[in-house]
Each structure stands twice: as structure tokens, then as C-alpha cells.
Ligand binder design. Sequence first.
Ligand code: FES
Ligand code: FE2
Length: 451
Amino acid sequence: MTIEVVNHTGREVAVTNFNKERYVCPQHMEREWQRIWRRSWLLAGLESDLRESGDFFVFDLGREQILATKAADGRLCAFHNVCQHRGNRLVAAERGHVSNFRCAYHAWTYGLDGALDAVPHEDRFARGVPRQERGLKPVAIDVWDGFVFVCLEQPPMPLLDFLGPVAELLAPYRFRNMTLVEDQTVRHRCNWKAVVDNFSELYHVDFLHPQHRRMVDCCNDTVHLFPYGHTGLAVKGATVNPRFPVPDEPTDIQSAQLMSLGLDPADFHGRVLDVREAVQRRKREAGRAYGYDYSPFSDDQLSDVWQYNLFPNTIFSFTPEHLWILRPRPHPDDPNRCWFDKISLVLHADPKLSGATKALSGPGLGEGGPTDGRKPADYARPERDEFDHHAILSGAKTMTITIDQDIELLGGVQAGMRSNGFNDVWLSDDELRVQHFHNELDRLMVGGAVC
Ligand code: FES
Ligand SMILES: [Fe+2]
């Protein structure tokens, strides 16, 4: 097994066996709220939900709700979703389009820019209403490549400084051109960090996800460590796991990849390890004919599974044709619970490149690549589907086989963490990204500077 580590931080990664309190302790959770959530840039939503002036969405995070909107002058604005009269939640809908925000309680009305514009029976406030002071409480907002970020404490460091080399390395993907095709949330029975940990290592993949032996080489990966706690991973795709015997015929997933590119799986009899390079070459040669421009990408990016974790809680898993955003959000007061979002986007074929409408299908992590030739305009924005983790366990809902396996497992991790029979974690070299993530958490929890 070979792990190549590309360390962009300029510092050695300190190894610690951190204790379990951070996963189960309400006091720790409270400190996290002050030290982590209030002070970090957080991926709140998609810019495509704020196309027109008056479009808005609400980002739910623990005890806070942030209202993001596009003002009349085209500026993006974000506020705490709280009426400044007596504290009612101002907007109840998750997203929509309005000309102003009117509180349901006593009808105080705010403009799209957060200004308090109307107060019914204002003459009955003997002290008057200081409208300048009673506008919505603003939070910082910025956009990067189609994603809306917010930071609750102002002023934050510039978003691009926070993302650092991550933004440069992800630039070829042009996520802003992708279309949202699925929006899911599971109410999960684990701490939010257990989800980030899970998507920060491949050590578990051979055992929990045996189906992956048909599609990725989990033994040889490249790990990236970035400033501010971000991490990255690249693992060879369109191949097989070398820990297991190499089959004579391409696997079903390799065959699907080959056929989607107009190649015949039979030509790869006895040459299964050549499939990855053939996929790379074919995408370069025929991409434009299918309506895709692969010129900005390296060969590795054309075939492999890439995953970047943006501190603290956003996981991007992506190929040139698709992106999953995996995002655990903390519960307001229970460290044993979180909300876990899976937001799926795909890049549709661009007919301008070739006159083609046919989309390449790529399996990404094995499930979830683009599958048909529909154009972005063919899709209505899907409603968010929220369900309990029991719906995953019973099979009533799925977030793909692989993620369902993770979700089921993580309930057991949280249960074990709560036991007196467990004190602290003991990490392997394969779990370096877990360590890096927790080192950044520790730095901030003792008062280190962020944003
Ligand atoms: S609480 Fe909103 S108008 Fe009274
Ligand atoms: Fe997993």
C-alpha cells in the first residue's frame, strides 16, 4: 500500500490520540459553537438558488438559521433569520421568491437588503422605532464557483484566502456549470465529526464497501493536506483493487464506463488494468463529440475519484462530470445527532461544443454519474427530501449503496463512543486526513485565529 502525501501546509502533522469527549460531550459542543461554527466560512447553498432579485434560501445550522437573498441591486446578502421586533423566525419557507420579508407575527417588513421598511402602527411606540438599528442582523456572504458561503462572525478573512490552494486545484471543474439533480438530507444518529472522519480515510473501504474492489484502487492513493484544515484525496478509478485477484474480464462498472465512451469491453479481455488509461485517452479524443471539454483536466482527473474536504463540514466528491456535496450539520443541542446532506450535481453535455446532446456516463464513486442526455433546462429544481436514518436502514430511502453502508455503520460508532468502554481514538497512517482535521479543530478550540 502506497500513500503519497502532498503537504501544502509547510508543517509536520502532529499525531495525537484525541479523546472521545468531542463526539459526545454537550459542553464541548457548546464550545464548538463559539469557536468553530460562528467563525468559519460555511458552504450554505447554491448560487443557482439566487438567480433573480428576490430569490432567497434559508441555511439551517444548529441553533441558527441564515437567510440568504439577492437584493434589488443584484448584491447577495445574508442575515440571521430573526425578526428584530420580538425575535420570531422571519421566514418559514426553505426557499422561494419574494419582494420583501414580512414577519407573520406583527407584520414588521424588511427589504431584500435587510432594511426595516415598515412597522404597523408605528405611532404606538412611544420611544419611536430606530429603524436603522432594527434592520436584520447581517452575516458575511461570498460566492466561489457557484457556491454560496456565509460566515457568522464579521469580518472574516477573504473566502479565497481561506480556501487557498483548494480553489486553484478545483478550478478546472467549473462546478458553477453543473446542475442540481438531487437534494437529500438524513437525520442521523451520530456526531457531525464522525461523518467528516468517515469521509477522510480509505482504511474502511475494503471491509465496509466490498463492492469498491470493482472500481477503485484503494491501496494507492494521494493525500493532500491544506492550510486551515482542508484535506484532499485522489484514488485511481476505472480500475480494480489490487488487494484482490485481477479478473480476466472488465468489471461491470468498467464495462459500463467503456461502453458509455463507445469502447467495447471485449477488447479488454485479459487487459483489465489497461482500462483506466483507455478511459483517459478516449475522453481526450472524443470528449468534444459528446459535448464535453476535457482540455483543462489532467489525465488523473479524467478517470480517478477525487474528494476534497473543506473545513469544517463540507465534503466534495467529484469527477469532471459530477459532484456530490456531502455536508453534516450539527444538531442545536444534542452531540449525538446531526443532519447529513447529500447534494448531487451533474454537468450536462454542451451542444455548442459538438452539436451533440448525448451525455457521457461516468460512475464516479460507482453510483451517481450523469445518465442521460437531458439539458439543464429540462430539470426543475428538485425539492429537498429529508428523512430519518431508519428510512435508510429499512431500505425505504437510499443515498447510494456506499453511503447507506456508511450511515448504518456510523450509528454504531456513536453508540460505542458513548460507552464507558471507550476512551480515545488510535489512528493509522491511512487516517492522516482525520488527524489533520482534528488538529485544526484543536487549534481553534484553544483560541487559534480563523477567518
Ligand atoms: S416578532 Fe416580528 S413583527 Fe413582531
Ligand atoms: Fe465509506
